[in-house]
Design a protein around this ligand. Structure first.
Ligand SMILES: NC(=O)c1ccc[n+]([C@@H]2O[C@H](COP(=O)([O-])OP(=O)(O)OC[C@H]3O[C@@H](n4cnc5c(N)ncnc54)[C@H](OP(=O)(O)O)[C@@H]3O)[C@@H](O)[C@H]2O)c1
Length: 327
């Protein structure tokens, strides 16, 4: 596995998202033993960047990752996120990046992860009620105390990124970027100007780009707790229209002798060595497949075909969730 740098933090070229092991997708939490084997296999394959968040579960995903990393902590660049649990306020799914909340959140994350430091600590969503300068000031104090090493933002847009970076270097922006979600291409020049890396979340289009979900019946079969069931891209006419994107990815994959998941990831890797996708899976076989994308080379014609694909019909998330995303 090659490496990449986010700011001056070295990570594997492809990371592993742990969210779906505990939260969000059908089968979450149903097989923690396989999830832990998946994390161990990722480390064997040279994947070093492991991504979790306080809100995943909430809390149980950090606990699972902490359990998996017992005795292996020094092999990993461990990333987690705060800011979607308001500890002195209304609890989970409420934005709160106030300094007090950060100081509470970090202690909980350190404990659940079984570590004395977090390598990359992200604000999960921008908090309109707290100036980003105050948030960054609290995070900079945590860096000084050695509790966190690097600072990230997630789904923040240009003005916030610039203001944050003026207080303390931002190492990475983690936002949705994939073949069917390309708005990050607008902010990339700013990130490059500032020396900030881009961590691409949901790089497989929440599984859609792999071709695993092809018919309305496939969506119907998902658990009711699976957030794709209510996600605008996965329902109604949008879904029917979007299927052609997955068809095109499959056609390129067949030509390249790779799988659609590998092609989706390999395409992201062509966009720059400061872009690190973190595909999520809770299965050993898929972490092997996804990590293998590092060795897939696309021809210029294949890249051009993929570049020319339309972006998805329908928003990234529900309208309610979109209100927490800065643009
Ligand atoms: N910052 C944020 O706001 C934010 C938001 C969302 C996600 N994230 C992070 O980004 C990570 C990745 O995003 P994501 O999990 O939403 O989406 P993703 O990586 O695009 O897709 C994950 C889905 O694809 C399936 N999958 C994975 N590899 C596959 C393969 N080779 N073939 C077929 N299906 C495959 C997974 O199922 P199985 O698990 O069953 O394999 C899961 O349902 C998360 O784990 C999380 O750490 C961050």
């Amino acid at each position: 596995m090659r490496t990449a740098t986010l700011g001056d933090l070295e990570v594997s070229r492809i990371g592993l998202g742990a969210m779906g092991m505990s939260h969000g997708y059908t089968g979450s939490g149903s097989d923690d033993a396989e999830s832990i084997r998946t994390i161990h296999r990722a480390l064997e394959l040279g994947v070093t960047l492991i991504d979790t968040a306080e809100i995943y579960g909430p809390y149980i995903n950090e606990e699972l990752v902490g359990k998996a990393l017992q005795g292996r902590r020094d092999q990993v660049v461990l990333a987690t996120k705060f800011g979607l649990v308001s500890h002195a306020g209304d609890g989970p799914w409420n934005v709160d990046s106030s300094p007090d909340n950060i100081r509470t959140a970090v202690e909980g994350s350190l404990k659940r992860l079984g570590t004395d430091h977090i390598d990359l600590y992200y604000q999960h969503r921008v908090d309109p009620g707290t100036p980003i300068e105050d948030t960054m000031g609290a995070l900079a104090d945590l860096v000084k105390q050695g509790k966190i090493r690097y600072i990230g933002l997630s789904e923040a847009w240009i003005d916030t990124v610039r203001r944050a970076h003026a207080v303390h270097p931002v190492t990475a922006l983690q936002s949705e970027y994939s073949l069917w979600t390309r708005d990050q291409e607008e902010i990339l020049p700013v990130l490059r100007e500032l020396g900030i890396g881009l961590v691409a979340y949901s790089p497989l289009g929440k599984g859609f780009l792999t071709g695993a979900l092809r018919t309305p019946a496939d969506i119907e079969a998902l658990d009711d707790s699976d957030f794709r069931k209510t996600s605008p891209r996965f329902i109604g006419e949008n879904f029917q229209r979007n299927v052609r994107i997955a068809d095109e990815v499959k056609a390129v994959a067949d030509e390249a002798g790779a799988t659609p998941a590998q092609v989706g990831l390999a395409w992201l890797l062509t966009k720059g060595d400061d872009i690190v996708p973190i595909p999520g899976t809770k299965r050993v076989s898929r972490v092997e497949e996804n990590s293998g994308a590092d060795a897939v080379t696309l021809t210029p014609a294949q890249i051009a075909t993929l570049d020319a694909l339309p972006v998805a019909e329908g928003g990234h998330h529900t309208d309610e969730q979109m209100q927490m995303i800065e643009r």
